[in-house]
Design a binder for this molecule. Structure first.
Ligand SMILES: [Zn+2]
Ligand SMILES: [Zn+2]
Length: 430
């Protein structure tokens, strides 16, 4: 699981306080209503033959900006001047500009067919998980299919890759339904998913991002680059769609991924659970929460203390892996019987390494958890067992006579350690 960074974007952009302005170049046109502002400034720069876009952004003393131009600054600059501001305002452009972590920053994805209509970068391509052009239903592309070179602003605005290939002539690939669905989610468009459609744009992005951090393939060096190649993005989009649109099966896939993606999940469950509830906080997600409860109850092979306030009462009551003391209390069974039934294979159990104990006492320690559904299944038998001596009394046999009865298979069920046979009561009554 990758680190979840909640730091607001504005922290990284404190230089915004300075007064910068966009220089009106010789050749210019307005920003398109859905044009990505930073790409717009790049477009002005290429149109006018500048070598660097920083020439176009100057401070009060008319010297060009030294820092890298951020996406939010580009948005503010493009939307400030009468000559550059788009004639039509799209809320999504501002939402994305102000939320750094949902922007794909290091590669440039394009739709060749859109570029054929007009040579500019659409904001819809800039989301971290953008994979599809919803107008043409084709996959976006981040490199030249002929020479493999990554797209950049210069080649896009000149409509020519370094190898000579026209960007608008890139070969096309149809988008899968999963990519199409996720694209609709991140563009804040309807998907016929009752719950997701009711969320606002930022909350949709938040949930997609949260799931991504869990299900992304391990080899993606995402944290350093804040960028995903289209090849990885297609895999991610399919997993995202499966999680959000795959019903219970899809959501369990996601939860399973969480369990397997981390080594020491005993420590990670709490942060995950908290984060989960923060992301899926709406009542609308009660269905997903139920899946999580069911999942924890079934697969969480770890101890959950009764005093844990994070979990609901129903999780604590239904947790499938209780400790021996809990089993004793709840089912009125003796410790030796539980251990013997486990040794015989009637109850599945897991040995858990107590990491916390080791940290504190520097000695290894293990504890055992028992699978509750097995206990419930075997309960009539377990509660119906009585001791060797009691059988002798009931049947009026000597110990030797009883032993020979056992050897001749007169009892359907015995639990073995020699010194303490236990028998099913009903066998004796019959
Ligand atoms: Zn298109
Ligand atoms: Zn090329």
């Amino acid at each position: 699981m990758q680190k979840i960074d909640e730091a607001p974007y504005y922290k990284h952009a404190n230089f915004l306080n300075q007064q910068y302005r966009l220089i009106k170049p010789l050749i210019y046109s307005r920003c398109y209503y859905n044009e990505w502002p930073l790409s717009y400034i790049n477009r002005l720069s290429v149109m006018n033959g500048y070598s660097k876009i920083n020439w176009l952004v100057q401070d009060e003393l008319n010297s060009p900006i030294k820092n890298k131009i951020s996406n939010l600054l580009a948005y503010r600059l493009a939307y400030k001047n009468g000559w550059s501001i788009p004639s039509f305002f799209l809320k999504g452009v501002r939402t994305l500009s102000a939320n750094l972590k949902y922007i794909n920053t290091h590669t440039l994805r394009i739709c060749p067919l859109c570029l054929k209509l007009a040579l500019y970068i659409r904001y819809e391509w800039m989301f971290l998980f953008s994979s599809t052009c919803l107008i043409h239903n084709v996959l976006l592309q981040d490199f030249c299919p002929d020479c493999g070179k990554q797209n950049d602003h210069v080649s896009v605005y000149h409509n020519k890759c370094e190898c000579g290939k026209k960007i608008t002539e890139f070969s096309l690939q149809l988008a899968s339904e999963q990519c199409y669905l996720i694209q609709r989610v991140i563009e804040n468009k309807k998907t016929n998913h009752k719950t997701i459609d009711k969320l606002n744009h930022i909350n949709k992005l938040k949930i997609v991002y949260f799931i991504f951090l869990i299900i992304s393939p391990k080899n993606i060096q995402f944290a350093e680059k804040q960028s995903i190649t289209m090849r990885d993005n297609i895999i991610i989009s399919e997993r995202l769609a499966h999680t959000l649109f795959g019903g219970k099966e899809g959501f369990w896939y996601f939860l399973n991924h969480f369990i397997h993606s981390i080594d020491k999940y005993s420590k990670k469950l709490m942060p995950f659970y908290r984060q989960f509830n923060r992301c899926f906080k709406f009542d609308l997600f009660s269905e997903y929460k139920r899946y999580l409860y069911e999942f924890i109850n079934l697969y969480w092979r770890n101890h959950i203390a009764d005093k844990n306030t994070l979990f609901s009462k129903s999780i604590l009551a239904n947790h499938a892996w209780p400790s021996i003391s809990k089993v004793k209390d709840q089912f009125k069974l003796t410790e030796s019987l539980i251990i013997k039934a486990t040794a015989k294979g009637f109850i599945r159990s897991e040995t858990i390494y107590n990491e916390q104990y080791f940290m504190e006492h520097h000695k290894p320690r293990y504890y055992r958890l028992y699978y509750k559904p097995d206990i419930i299944k075997q309960l009539p038998m377990l509660q119906g067992t009585i001791s060797f001596n009691k059988v002798c009394l009931l049947l009026g046999t000597t110990k030797r006579q009883l032993n020979s009865l056992i050897k001749n298979n007169h009892f359907n069920f015995t639990i073995a350690p020699e010194e303490a046979y236990r028998y099913l009561e009903e066998n004796i009554i019959v």
